[in-house]
Design a protein around this ligand. Structure first.
Ligand SMILES: [Zn+2]
Length: 1087
């Protein structure tokens, strides 16, 4: 399925904005357009994206999420970190992800989605008796009026071997009421002693008078249940709002993944247990009923009376229960076919037909493409896609009946001017296309071949995500590739934080653990990244053949990763040695986090040491070292003239003579292996379920394909690449070809997902290379260097080295790299914005920001590059802020402020530029100079909704004391911690407005002790996300002191957060007076 909230759908599933492929859909020919037209087109595209994707003011988002903290306090605090972990230290404090105001809504969203009202233990059912077929007769005739469903089920079971067991266990949701039950063997009644329900495990248990014998049994049950219950998620009803007297449903769709089939019918609800299904549904004749298979057309409906009819569906192939699906409603259909003639039907409501045009055109294209790529025909006789109402995930891949949330695939082209229409269409095609591709890929990965156990869910989601890229790459290679690296960056970041990293394959003990394992980064991206690693290790050719083998051999079966490896080549090449592919990947699957490589060179004797360990972010936050080392930072900072002036002095690199040798590139011999096509077996193997489950223990040792590179493109030797496997913690060796003044780069092209740290001198050499000729380093490596440098250097005792490295971006010409640069520079400015260095930092980055601006302009005439802004549109907002903060003319302060003042509610595509400019105008001028705007804001403080959200954010940029006080009062009166936090991290400014913050904290101080305690969740053992963001939005020691005064007792957890923040803020203050100050004092021309 796709992630729970649309905002959480990983970029991994993306589809570019602009498609011009041969998909039968509308085609755009850029080459034939005039230059002017292209320019308009791309610019509009960018603008529209921004409008759609981020023009939700953080405050508005916070309001929408709108939970008052005390309510939260009651709900989420069961899992207490303190109880689990007694020795809590400052290293256990995790600041919220450093993303300005942009991530707030998403962070809160993500946390909420993990909340489960109920939870149940997952107990594997015994294997001595298993179902192979279900006959399911359902009565939907009262679903709409009384929300009631009745069912008759016959489960055909096979008992293996003569057993001493005298019990049958199956899954049974507590909402299902069993009316009658009967067990038969060979047509004869088989007597049960007792029937018990075990609600905590959602099990039904039948004790028998006699032990089970080898052979076949039939378990028959009549049952009923009510649907549309808030607490049971498996059935999503669309309710009739017009009729207030009694609740009525007009349609419903089901979603059983992961463990909700048991809430719809008694069953063996484990993904590995596959069976065939015969389904019959009685319903009112005005409704259409859909299921995985098409109805049997030959058979006339049986009429109970005129009103009712019965739909009988074809027998399904062997499949998992979580993929079974039903939909009922007054749908209309739009029909098309794949190239092979498989009917593709989009079901929707009569009024929505027009909005399904693109989905109808694109779905068969994707299915054709997947069939071509996998060389396995889509196995069912039909493909239904339904645009459901009130569906809570973007899409669910039920076999043959894919359910989408209506809005996630709906799009009606506007009837406006031509250019807008095109832009709007492309944005929406991008959004819809990636979702369709993801769910379509699941029809093979997940539906045809299914993971045996939820712990290996990556076999579904990793492959589905991987194939979204494959499908996208044929149309928009640049965007598809960038999306991959952008999600890789998010993965590496998440897996470096101790409270975020999770192993890909891990034991899942409860329903809620399975539910929350559908994580955009830890599951979708990590799965995709490791599948890509597999491909890179065995070559594209071998990988494709292996995937075909894997699908054919395991069709209609359930698998573990062992079965995947059985289809892959046994060995992987990297350097001179071959390694067993399975052993290489195992650590990557079961270990938490990701590895970090450290390269230490000895510049005197040509020796190098490469070592690995699990990466832990806190190690590179120098302020978390003991007090002594914090003091050392301060001391070093104050006497660092020597460091600062010699650090980048080229004389440091003198004294070494470059030795040039032959380049030796490693060529991998081409291996061709013929793929065979075994017939797809319809036999479902039960024995495969008996294989032992293997989850594996997390360690912190990986088998890592190490590649390093040195040398220069400009020399005749070119660049030299060496490869080897790192299996141990550490390896030391000599490489006489590397001259001491050459930089060594590890993991060129950012091929594998590990971080790389270097000794300080090598970092300097890399930074120098970037400044002198950044093209010596591949663009993907430049992206990795930006991330790794931030990780290892920005909070170290050498933040100036990081600052120096970032300076090279003034020459960066590759848009993809610059997008990473925008994030990095934005964060750097944000960290130091309350220090006296703010101005110097902005001056230093001015050429960099100008270059960003330049690339933005360039991208507006090239559709392919323009589409890169789609991946994370908030980067555009960051750039707007940075150019205003740096005072660049492109900010157009006056122009946009006037425009906004004239029509503050006209939200055109310019609006983000306008409001950013207004904020900066307010901040950089005296209250008298901007009186008109201030008055306007003052008046608008009484408005509501989005207008109010925008007003308070803009007013917070002002210096007018009266307005600021009023604004602070208005914000605090919302009683919403998320709103307070977003107000402190305005969407439109990189400024630090101490007066506003003082007023805001003052207003908060007037709250009652009870409210303040709730606000900061001091009574709770788990700090709420909103409280955490609020506390960590503090920028100075003074501000921290003011907050500390709000309460007398902060509790043990918050006290640690205060200690963390104090160290952090002291560090900011000390480096800004020390090494960074020295950096700016030095002659910049030296660089
Ligand atoms: Zn999925």
């Amino acid at each position: 399925m796709s992630a729970t909230f649309k905002s959480m759908i990983p970029v991994c599933e993306g589809e570019p904005c602009i498609r011009n492929g041969s998909n039968g859909g509308p085609t755009v020919h850029f080459r034939q357009e005039s230059r002017r037209r292209k320019s308009d087109f791309a610019r509009k595209c960018i603008a529209v994206i921004l409008l759609h994707a981020i023009f939700l003011f953080a405050i508005l988002a916070a309001l929408i999420i709108g939970h008052w903290i005390s309510e939260e306090n009651q709900k989420m605090n069961n899992r207490t970190m303190l109880e689990k972990k007694r020795n809590f230290t400052v290293s256990d404090v995790f600041p919220p992800p450093p993303d300005g105001g942009f991530g707030i809504a998403e962070q809160l969203h993500a946390i909420r989605s993990n909340k489960m009202s109920t939870d149940a233990l997952l107990v594997p059912l015994p294997l001595y008796i298993l179902p192979y077929h279900y006959d399911l007769q359902l009565d939907f005739s009262q679903f709409d009026t009384t929300l009631f469903i009745r069912g008759n089920i016959s489960i055909h079971l096979e008992s293996y071997g003569n057993s001493t067991e005298d019990e049958i266990q199956f899954h049974l949701g507590p909402n299902i009421k069993i009316e009658r039950m009967r067990l038969r063997k060979d047509g004869k009644k088989f007597y049960a002693k007792t029937f018990k329900r075990e609600e905590s495990k959602k099990l039904g248990r039948i004790s028998l008078r006699d032990p089970l014998q080898k052979g076949k049994y039939i378990l028959e049950m009549a049952y009923n249940m009510t649907i549309c219950d808030e607490d049971v998620d498996g059935v999503r009803c669309s309710l009739d709002n017009q009729n207030n007297s009694s609740l009525k449903s007009t349609s419903f769709t089901t979603k059983f993944e992961p463990t909700l089939a048991r809430a719809f019918f008694p069953c063996w609800d484990e993904p590995g247990v596959k069976a065939t299904f015969n389904i019959t549904v009685k319903h009112h004749k005005k409704y259409t009923v859909l299921s995985n298979m098409p109805p049997i057309e030959q058979r006339k409906p049986i009429d109970w009376n005129e009103q009712w009819k019965t739909t009988v569906f074809q027998t399904t192939p062997p499949m998992s229960t979580y993929l079974l699906a039903f939909a009922i409603g007054e749908f209309v259909k739009l029909e098309t076919r794949t190239e092979r003639g498989i009917p593709v039907t989009v079901w929707t409501y009569p009024e929505d037909v027009m909005s399904m045009k693109f989905t109808l055109e694109y779905a068969p294209v994707i299915f054709d493409r997947l069939e071509d790529a996998l060389e396995i025909p889509y196995p069912l006789p039909k493909i239904d896609l339904i645009a459901a109402r009130n569906f809570h995930v973007g899409g669910m891949e039920n076999w043959g009946l894919i359910v989408f949330e209506f809005a996630s695939i709906a799009y009606t082209p506007p009837i406006t001017d031509h250019v807008n229409e095109t832009v709007d269409r492309m944005y929406n095609e991008f959004r819809i296309g990636k979702l369709i591709a993801h769910e379509a890929a699941h029809q093979w990965f997940g539906n045809l071949v299914t993971m045996r156990d939820w712990s290996e869910l990556f076999l579904n989601e990793g492959f589905a995500t991987f194939y979204v890229y494959e499908m996208m790459s044929s149309e928009r290679p640049v965007t598809a590739q960038f999306e991959y690296y952008d999600s890789l960056a998010a993965l590496v970041a998440a897996q470096s934080e101790e409270d975020h990293r999770l192993s890909l394959v891990r034991e899942l003990a409860t329903e809620s653990q399975v539910e929350s394992s559908f994580h955009p980064t830890n599951l979708y991206t990590k799965g995709c990244v490791l599948i890509r690693m597999l491909r890179d290790l065995v070559s594209d050719f071998d990988f494709k053949a292996a995937v075909r083998r894997y699908l054919r051999k395991n069709a209609y079966r359930s698998v573990s990763r062992d079965d995947l490896f059985a289809s892959l080549p046994a060995y992987a090449d990297h350097g001179a040695e071959q390694e067993k592919l399975f052993s290489v990947l195992e650590g990557w699957f079961v270990n938490e986090g990701l590895p970090e490589i450290t390269l230490i060179r000895n510049y005197d004797n040509e020796m190098m040491t490469i070592s690995q360990k699990k990466t832990v972010h806190h190690e590179y936050r120098s302020f978390l070292k003991d007090r002594k080392s914090v003091a050392t930072v301060r001391y070093r900072g104050s006497r660092s003239a020597e460091d600062g002036s010699t650090l980048f002095d080229d004389t440091l690199f003198d004294g070494y003579i470059e030795r040039k040798k032959d380049k030796r590139r490693k060529h991998r011999p081409a291996r061709r292996k013929a793929s065979t096509t075994p017939p797809i077996s319809l036999i479902s193997r039960r024995d495969e379920l008996r294989k032992p489950r293997r989850v594996g223990a997390s360690q912190d040792l990986w088998t890592i394909p190490i590649t390093y590179m040195f040398g220069s493109l400009k020399t005749s030797e070119g660049q030299v690449i060496r490869e080897f496997w790192l299996k141990n913690r550490t390896v030391s060796f000599g490489d006489a070809e590397i001259s001491p003044n050459q930089a060594v780069l590890v993991n060129p092209e950012w091929k594998y997902s590990y971080r790389v740290n270097y000794d300080l001198l090598n970092w300097k050499l890399l930074a120098r290379t970037l400044h002198q000729n950044h093209l010596e380093i591949n663009d993907k490596s430049r992206m990795q260097l930006l991330l790794d440098a931030e990780y290892f250097l920005s909070n170290s005792v050498n933040p100036h080295l990081y600052l120096y490295l970032l300076g090279y971006l003034a020459h960066e010409t590759k848009m993809e790299v610059m997008l990473f640069g925008i994030d990095a520079v934005y964060r750097f400015i944000d960290v130091f914005k309350a220090t006296q260095l703010n101005k110097a930092i902005l001056v230093y980055f001015e050429p960099v920001i100008s270059q960003m601006d330049h690339l933005l302009n360039e991208s507006q005439v090239d559709a392919e590059t323009a589409s890169l802004w789609l991946v994370k549109p908030e980067r555009l907002a960051k750039l707007y802020q940075m150019r205003c903060a740096a005072g660049l003319p492109s900010c157009k302060n006056d122009y946009y402020t006037q425009k906004w003042s004239r029509a503050p509610d006209e939200w055109t595509e310019d609006v983000h530029k306008q409001v950013t400019a207004v904020c900066h105008q307010l901040f950089t001028n005296t209250p008298d100079e901007v009186k008109t705007v201030q008055d306007l804001l003052d008046n608008r403080l009484h408005s509501s909704g989005a207008k109010w959200a925008l007003t308070v954010q803009l007013a917070a940029c002002s210096h007018g004391q009266k307005l600021l006080r009023k604004t602070a009062r208005a914000i605090v009166s919302t009683k919403n911690a998320a709103v307070y936090a977003s107000a402190l991290q305005s969407d439109f400014s990189l400024h630090y407005n101490p007066t506003f913050r003082k007023y805001l904290w003052n207003e908060i101080s007037k709250m009652s002790n009870f409210e303040k305690t709730a606000l900061f969740s001091t009574n709770s053992t788990n700090i709420l996300p909103a409280s955490r963001i609020l506390l960590h939005s503090v920028k100075t020691i003074d501000e921290l002191q003011q907050i500390r005064g709000l309460l007398t007792n902060w509790g043990p957890l918050l006290t640690l957060h205060f200690e963390y923040l104090e160290r952090y803020l002291l560090w900011i203050s000390s480096v800004s007076q020390g090494v960074l100050h020295q950096f700016f004092a030095a002659d910049l021309s030296n660089f």
